[in-house]
Design a protein around this ligand. Structure first.
Ligand code: SAM
Length: 320
């Protein structure tokens, strides 16, 4: 008889798992109900390959003719919410292979909007694979920045390289370093740290109340990895330069506490930025541990309020 495969991680019941956040998450009961529905999927148009409004209109008609049902996201340009995700796999379409569209969660646009990449910027995407945010940064700069897209995992770098190629990006180069050891000497003026995290913003609730897509518990000490990445990003960016730190988790120990750690260790300032999607201010304390008052300028995005993966975004400036 075949041995039963051991679960990789213990599977939690949602009440047991999310209970710790019942006072933190706005409209907690609505949040729980929302997690019982499938995660909405999104795609964006890739204006590096198709930019004329008439051509985009034709493309959208072709996608519809092929069975995709979607609606425009008014708040974030070029993003569309797929309404019949169970029936269509966008990744199998020719338009996807040609790089005209790219599937990515709407929330992934938020760190890029906060970083505000401009043509001529020298940007490090420290944890870049599979390249959703590198791709968007290349697009909003019209392929006119220089982006170093780094990731420590070779298997994920393969996907990153393939996405860069498929999306027609020429301004990105790829490197493979542990972010904490990324070499000094390149005068980056912007750095994105889209850190590895427990991914709670992606969790859903299964039919028996079990948490689906759970990966975090029992993994390596994520907060200490995240702190190492953020401190290195600070040391790599030019004085006056910008760092955006983001995760797709709710856990304050992976979010505010990591940013608070940087503020204690280095001369950095948290900047406010204009978000197109609804958010809540970052926490200034958690489990009786106070954080720097300026942590309120970080932003928390909850899945039931933005209809996408939950995110945390902090925008920081290196002061000295
Ligand atoms: C949240 S994912 C990044 C998603 C990516 N930014 C995107 O938009 O497609 C986190 C990434 O961090 C990478 N990673 C984990 N530990 C790392 C480290 N110490 N240094 C650099 N990358 C790391 C993982 O391989 C993973 O690809």
């Amino acid at each position: 008889m075949a041995k039963r495969k051991r679960e990789k991680y213990p599977v939690f019941h949602y009440k047991e798992y999310f209970g710790r956040y019942s006072q933190l998450i706005p409209n907690y009961e609505t949040f729980l109900e929302y997690l019982k529905t499938p995660m909405p999927q999104y795609f964006r148009i890739n204006t590096l390959k198709i930019s004329h409004p008439e051509e985009i209109k034709n493309l959208l008609n072709i996608l519809k003719a092929k069975g995709a049902n979607f609606e425009e996201v008014k708040e974030v340009p070029y993003f569309y919410r797929v309404l019949n995700n169970e029936e269509i796999s966008l990744g199998n379409l020719e338009e996807y292979s040609l790089g005209l569209i790219h599937s990515m969660t709407l929330a992934s646009s938020l760190p890029v909007i906060a970083l505000d990449p401009q043509p001529g910027d020298l940007i490090l995407d420290m944890c870049a694979a599979p390249g959703g945010k590198t791709g968007l940064m290349a697009m909003v700069t019209n392929d006119q920045a220089v982006i170093v897209s780094n990731d420590k995992r070779i298997d994920r770098l393969t996907a990153l390289v393939s996405n860069i190629k498929r999306l027609g990006i020429t301004c990105a180069i790829t490197t493979r370093y542990r972010g904490e050891q990324f070499p000094f000497g390149i005068p980056f003026n912007k750095i994105l740290v889209d850190a590895p995290c427990s991914g709670e913003g992606r969790y859903r609730i299964g039919l028996e109340g079990e948490i689906l897509y759970q990966k975090g518990t029992g993994r390596a000490n994520l907060p200490s990895i995240q702190k190492g990445l953020l401190v290195r990003a600070f040391d790599l960016v030019q004085p006056g330069g910008i760092i955006v730190y983001s995760t797709c988790t709710i856990n304050p120990k992976e979010n505010e506490e990591v940013v608070d750690y940087l503020l204690r260790k280095r001369q950095a300032e948290i900047l406010d930025w204009e978000s197109p999607l609804p958010y809540h201010e970052g926490l200034t304390e958690w489990e009786e541990k106070p954080y720097h008052p300026s942590l309120k300028f970080t932003k928390r995005f909850y899945t039931h309020e933005i209809q996408a993966v939950g995110f945390f975004v902090a925008k920081l400036k290196r002061l000295a």
